[in-house]
Design a protein around this ligand. Sequence first.
Ligand SMILES: Nc1ncnc2c1ncn2[C@@H]1O[C@H](COP(=O)(O)OP(=O)(O)OP(=O)(O)O)[C@@H](O)[C@H]1O
Ligand SMILES: [Mg+2]
Length: 288
Amino acid sequence: MRTIAVVQAKGGVGKSTISVHLATGLASLGRASLLVDLDPACASSRHLSVRPAPAKPDLWAVLAGRAEPHEALLEVPGVEHLGVLAAPPEVTVSTGVGWGPFRLRVALASLKRRDVCWVVVDTAPGGSRATQRALSAADEALVIVEPGWLGESMIDEQLRQIDQVRISFNPSLRVLGVVPNRVPATADGMESVARLHERYGELILPAVRESGRIAAAAAAGAPVTRCDPDSDGARDVSVLVGAILDRLHEGQDDDPPQRRWRSCQRMFQTSQKPHPAANRKQIIAKPG
Ligand SMILES: Nc1ncnc2c1ncn2[C@@H]1O[C@H](COP(=O)(O)OP(=O)(O)OP(=O)(O)O)[C@@H](O)[C@H]1O
Ligand SMILES: [Mg+2]
């Protein structure tokens, strides 16, 4: 089982949108997959038309240790092999208050025994304690960035949070990549992606363009790959999921953990040169 936490402290950059398309893309491969919605707005659950079931325990009950994760799994209309764990919007799981640092990790471990293969955790903005805990439970961190000076300037901060979690709680956490999302089809948009490549190199994953079809799919409560499979938006998210899958499967013969660990510690020593994490090969773990 591999767990991917989708993170970015800046709000509205597309964490929920990318989480939904990654989770549905992975589920379409036919292996049991799970989307954990830690976003207080329940944006990813809504995007998939998943509604809380009053008769069932919710994510909050699972994190508080009052229910087993499999009891709280919600089905996704029209999507096979995918379950959702979510809490009603009024329950603030997103703050991380009331559930211990390793509750999510323990909960996910029980699903591993039930043959869940992929877990995608959608996190709330703000870099909260809950995001830190999602990273503590994850194998991979996927950072979303919106082009523009503010979004780009927040990447280092986000990588630093991941680094801190790696050092304090989760030595095998790796950065899966950075996804430029909502990239305008303009010269500015292209320049922004070029800047990201220059600074973060191989960390940058295929960009998802600003697409009215993606926004419309969210409003319609389904992935764009189902609502509008021939659109540019559907193409972009499919290319992205393919690239992420490649990364999840690479690194079989890569660096031993000690070398990886040392290279992680060298991160963030300079801000002007290309970011040290730009050479992803140095921080790729053997798949678990
Ligand atoms: N590539 C895209 N093209 C067009 N609209 C997009 C795209 N990605 C996301 N959106 C839209 O942008 C809005 C914010 O996206 P989303 O909710 O995924 O961001 P978020 O980072 O999860 O936000 P929050 O930080 O509030 O949780 C939504 O209305 C979504 O439909
Ligand atoms: Mg969100």
